[in-house]
Each structure stands twice: as structure tokens, then as C-alpha cells.
Write a protein that binds this ligand. Structure first.
Ligand SMILES: Nc1nc2c(ncn2[C@@H]2O[C@H](COP(=O)(O)OP(=O)(O)OP(=O)(O)O)[C@@H](O)[C@H]2O)c(=O)[nH]1
Ligand SMILES: [Mg+2]
Length: 304
């Protein structure tokens, strides 16, 4: 046994929570070094709890990415999504509550109130500091945060800069206690999600990136066929569900150009992630009120 094997290894769960669009999924992807979670400039991109696992010689940290907590209004889907985020805080070792360079505003307050009092210590991350011309702008944000809660630590950072993510990794390691229980996941596993799930998310990411503000929220992606043809080829059919007839035309575009673009970009991302050739066929279908339909939400994987 080498010296390193004898050293007690660290293992723990670290939840990422906060308001929409703060950069939670971006941070998780950078922490684990693989793009598992989809990201976009629009709020409410993430809809599921997604694990991102990073294993080194002396530690395994499981990041728990969650949907941004927001005012759910009356829509069932939004309520379900908020619940997913809040439930993810059970049984984690550390909570990273993330806000961004806009400071402690009403949205942040709403999300922070919603998480209540987690059992695990709560660290505050102030993300996107690269956007602040003058770092002095952080001072009032830190001040407001400290007045609101006695955070374990307040860490300004940029989720996209490795200097900051490396420093955060060290902070997390220092905070986790070592035990000899071993790691919870095989060292080469990076997520709990299937290729099927990741494929449908990559299509949803393109819907977010290529459509106007309102549409992504009215869309859901369902895989109707997923076949691993051989070692290096996967073929799949997917349905993009929309809420209203008019939305279908927007997604399909002139002579199908938009839908083709969405499919092509998603396929390129899948090929990079899976290391395989991919074939994707997309259909757009209308189901009025799907986001309030309990059966539909269940079959799309939003509820148990
Ligand atoms: N400038 C800058 N932009 C960032 C940083 N981190 C994230 N972003 C951008 O912020 C936007 C939102 O990032 P996401 O990672 O999707 O945010 P999220 O918190 O997961 O959002 P939801 O899933 O909707 O809750 C994207 O356009 C990111 O590229 C950062 O450190 N600096
Ligand atoms: Mg996200």
C-alpha cells in the first residue's frame, strides 16, 4: 500500500442552489471538467436535479446542480421545479448558495427564503465577478449578504475561471471531513444521468439558445426511440412538445430550417459528449396545457 492509499479519502455531496441564471450549471460543468448540465442566457434553464461527479486521488465530490428557485406563479411545472431544488438540499454535506453580480436583490431573497434552514453549512458564492469593472462594487453586496445571514464563508468568483474553480475545490476539500467509507461512485463516473436524458437536454439547450424569450418555457423534449446501433453509433427520435399551435411554426421555421438547425447543433454536442456518431430525428407536437398536466409532467420525468 502506498502512502497515498493510507491517507483517509474525502467524499461528500455539495449542492448548488440559488435564483435562476446565477451560473450554477456553468460552475458545476467547470468543477467536473465535462459539460453535463445545459446552460443558457435565459433563466430557468435547468429543470432537474443533476449530479456531476469529480474524482481525484484523494477525494470524490458529488455536485448537485438544481433548478433556479423562482416565483412559481400558478403553473404546476414551476412548482414542481422549485420543489426539486429545495428537496435536493436533504442529505448534502455543504450548500453553495449562488447569486451573481446583480447583488442581493428580490430574486435572490426569494430563493434564499425558500431554502429555509438547511442542516449543512451554507457558503455564499457571488458569481460573475469578471463582469464587475470595479471590484469595490462587491463591498455593498457582501455587506447586504452578511446582514441577511451568517454565511460560513462568502466567496466572490467567476465560474468560468479555473483559478477560481481550483480555489473553490480546495475550500470544499478543507471543509469536508475525511472518513474511510470510500467513494460513493466508480472513479470514472461523471453523472447519475443516462445518455438518453443528456441527449434530450442537449435538444432543450438548443431550444433555449435559438428561440425567443417566451418559447423555451413552453417546450419539453421527450425521447420516443433511443437505440445504440453498435459501439460507435446511436440513433434516436424525439418529440418537442409545445403549448399552442402557433409555437409549432416558430420552432419548425421557414421550410423546416429552424428545426434542422436545432437538430444539427444538438447532434454535434451529443457526438462530442458520447464520443459516438449520432442520428437524431425531431418532431414538434402540440399538447395544450402540458405544463399543468400532472400525467404529462410525470411522463416527461418532472415528477416521481
Ligand atoms: N460573465 C460570466 N457569465 C457567466 C458566469 N457564469 C455563468 N455565466 C453565464 O450566465 C448564464 C447563466 O448560466 P447558467 O449556468 O445556465 O445559470 P444557472 O444558475 O444554472 O441557471 P438556471 O438553470 O436557470 O437556474 C449563462 O449565459 C452563462 O454563460 C461567469 O462567471 N461570468
Ligand atoms: Mg442551471
Amino acid at each position: 500500500m502506498t502512502k497515498q492509499d493510507k491517507r483517509a479519502k474525502k467524499f461528500g455531496f455539495v449542492a448548488l442552489v440559488g435564483p435562476p441564471n446565477a451560473g450554477k450549471s456553468t460552475l458545476m460543468n467547470h468543477m467536473i471538467g465535462t459539460k453535463i448540465a445545459i446552460t443558457s442566457r435565459k433563466p430557468q434553464t435547468t429543470r432537474h436535479r443533476i449530479l456531476g461527479i469529480k474524482t481525484t486521488d484523494d477525494a470524490q465530490i458529488v455536485f448537485v446542480d438544481t433548478p433556479g428557485i423562482h416565483d412559481p406563479g400558478k403553473r404546476q411545472l414551476n412548482k414542481v421545479i422549485n420543489k426539486t431544488a429545495i428537496n435536493s438540499l436533504e442529505d448534502v454535506d455543504i450548500v453553495l448558495f449562488m447569486m451573481d453580480d446583480r447583488g442581493w436583490n428580490e430574486e435572490v431573497e426569494l430563493a434564499f427564503s425558500a431554502i429555509g434552514k438547511p442542516k449543512a453549512p451554507v457558503y455564499l458564492l457571488i458569481n460573475k465577478v469578471d463582469k464587475l469593472g470595479d471590484k469595490k462594487a462587491l463591498l455593498p453586496m457582501i455587506d447586504a449578504a452578511q446582514k441577511r445571514h451568517d454565511f460560513e464563508q462568502i466567496i466572490p468568483l467567476s465560474a468560468m475561471q479555473s483559478r477560481d474553480t481550483d480555489a473553490l475545490w480546495k475550500t470544499l476539500l478543507a471543509a469536508l471531513t475525511a472518513d474511510d467509507m470510500g467513494y460513493g461512485f466508480p472513479p470514472d463516473q461523471v453523472t447519475d444521468k443516462s445518455q438518453r436524458f443528456l441527449a434530450s437536454e442537449l435538444v432543450r439547450e438548443q431550444l433555449f439558445r435559438q428561440l425567443g424569450q417566451e418559447l423555451p418555457y413552453a417546450t419539453a423534449v421527450e425521447i420516443t426511440r433511443f437505440e445504440v446501433e453498435d459501439d460507435d453509433f446511436v440513433s434516436m427520435d424525439m418529440t418537442i412538445w409545445v403549448d399552442r399551435d402557433g409555437q409549432k411554426g416558430i420552432i419548425v421555421g421557414k421550410k423546416g430550417a429552424k428545426l434542422k438547425e436545432i437538430g444539427t447543433r444538438a447532434r454535434e454536442q451529443m457526438q462530442a459528449l458520447f464520443g459516438k456518431r449520432v442520428h437524431v430525428s425531431l418532431w414538434v407536437k402540440v399538447r395544450k396545457g402540458w405544463a399543468d398536466n400532472a400525467r404529462m409532467l410525470k411522463s416527461l420525468g418532472y415528477t416521481e
